[in-house]
Ligand binder design. Structure first.
Ligand code: UDP
Ligand code: MN
Length: 242
């Protein structure tokens, strides 16, 4: 069997939650040896999410990690999914010994070929993400087989101006870095996490997806839907759960 892939997926309760997780689960059902870490930004796990996970037949963990109150109260951009991802890292440190992990938001779109690519990761790998920022693409730039920089619509002084869906990390590499974690800093989550993997420099990145010429992940965003009342009956309805 191939090395395990740990997919860390933050999620939270909203009308789109079950449809997003349904779509994503159907992608992962086509991938070998995946362990799906689904982590809810909530105090209590949503029962309908657990039922969905059970129905998929996937190996999964259903965990909770609420965003700390002080960030929830903040006006403007919030560090979305950060407590969830750090909980995922904590689970990996406690339970995993080898393989590769990947931060996969619940609303993105993933080509199943991506998962065979990220399995090759020895330390830290990177690859393009489509529909990302105002440029429509976030990617390392490779010229004549050489890494020359990053293409991204929002560089913002970041050392690693990449999207959350644009990199994967080997478990062994993480375990050698006991202090690596994601900061609660909106816009700088990826950069902060990758910097926390120090010592690690851009020149050490492993480039996947045919030297970053193929887009295998997209930062799709689902339009917000009107919350319908009662949420439980209409969107988490029992008809979904049988
Ligand atoms: N998320 C979360 N709590 C929130 C908002 C978002 O756990 O309050 C999760 C969400 O399900 C997704 C990730 O964090 O997996 C990133 O959020 P979102 O997709 O809204 O961010 P964007 O696409 O705008 O970067
Ligand atoms: Mn998103």
């Amino acid at each position: 069997t191939p090395e395990p892939l740990y997919i860390i997926t933050p999620t939270y309760r909203r009308p789109e939650q079950i449809p997003e997780l349904t779509r994503m689960s159907h992608t992962l059902m086509l991938v070998k040896n995946v362990h799906w870490l689904v982590i809810e930004d909530a105090a209590v796990a949503t029962k309908q999410v657990t039922r969905l996970l059970e129905r998929t037949g996937l190996n999964f963990e259903h965990l909770t990690a609420p965003m700390p109150e002080k960030y929830k109260q903040k006006k403007g951009a919030k560090p979305r999914g950060v407590s969830n991802r750090n909980r995922g890292l904590q689970w990996i440190r406690a339970n995993a010994t080898d393989g590769v992990f990947y931060f996969a938001d619940d609303d993105n779109t993933y080509d199943i070929a991506l998962f065979d690519e990220i399995r090759k990761t020895k330390r830290v790998s990177m690859f393009p993400v489509g529909l990302c920022t105002k440029f429509g693409l976030s990617s390392p730039i490779i010229k004549n087989e050489k890494f020359v920089g990053f293409y991204d619509g929002w560089i913002a002084g970041r050392k690693f101006p990449v999207d959350m869906a644009g990199f994967a990390v080997s478990v062994k590499f993480l375990l050698q870095r006991p202090n690596a974690s994601m900061p609660f800093k909106a816009g700088y989550e990826e950069d902060g996490f990758l910097k926390s993997l120090a010592p690690f420099e851009p020149k050490e990145i492993e480039f996947l997806a045919d030297n970053c010429t193929r887009v295998l992940a997209w930062h799709t965003q689902t339009k917000k839907n009107e919350p319908s009342a009662p949420l439980d009956m209409k969107l988490y309805g029992e008809t979904n759960l049988v």
